[in-house]
Write a protein that binds this ligand. Sequence first.
Ligand code: G3D
Length: 185
Amino acid sequence: MGLLSIIRKIKKKEKEMRILMVGLDNSGKTTIVLKINGEDTSVISPTLGFNIRTIRYSKYSLNIWDVGGQKTIRSYWRNYFEQTDGLVWVVDSSDVRRLSDCRLELHNLLKEERLSGASLLVFANKQDIQGALKPEEIVKVLNLDGLDKTRHWKIVGCSAYTGEGLLEGFDWLVQDIASRIYMLD
Ligand code: G3D
């Protein structure tokens, strides 16, 4: 292999970002990933309780790990933390009953040492449903203002059905990660 192709290869690798999609089951993780990339989504591992999808997003290649949220498999989330650049925490904003569970799981997750540097995007999903809590309300219920001051985070209201908010959220996440890890770009 020539030097140029090696350099190209390294550069290509550098443009990869590893994103972990998490949240309670039924929050809309799968629907969001499908919506953002439509048919182009390639599913690497549809079995084993998680999917890895690689999507092109501007000049980056996002490896999105979509880990199931059922209670029984939440304890396995920790197996996917290594080298996570960004976390997308998806909330079903219409499922008020489970928001305290949601807050608990989120804060537990963020205690993980290996995730301490990851940018956090909170998607207040299902905004199309009447009665869904607004992003400002989700901030309060999930106590996001109480997060560690060093955490980079943002909340965006969205609907995986209409597509509202999805690009705004991913744009922020990708920019935030890029500014941390690709400073020479
Ligand atoms: P998960 O991957 O987090 O478990 P899914 O969640 O993507 O499977 O979505 C769970 C259910 O919520 C699905 O409904 C899906 O269609 C619905 N859903 C996801 N996003 C939205 C949204 O923005 N608005 C509305 N109204 N519904 C949404 P079903 O009925 O297929 O189980």
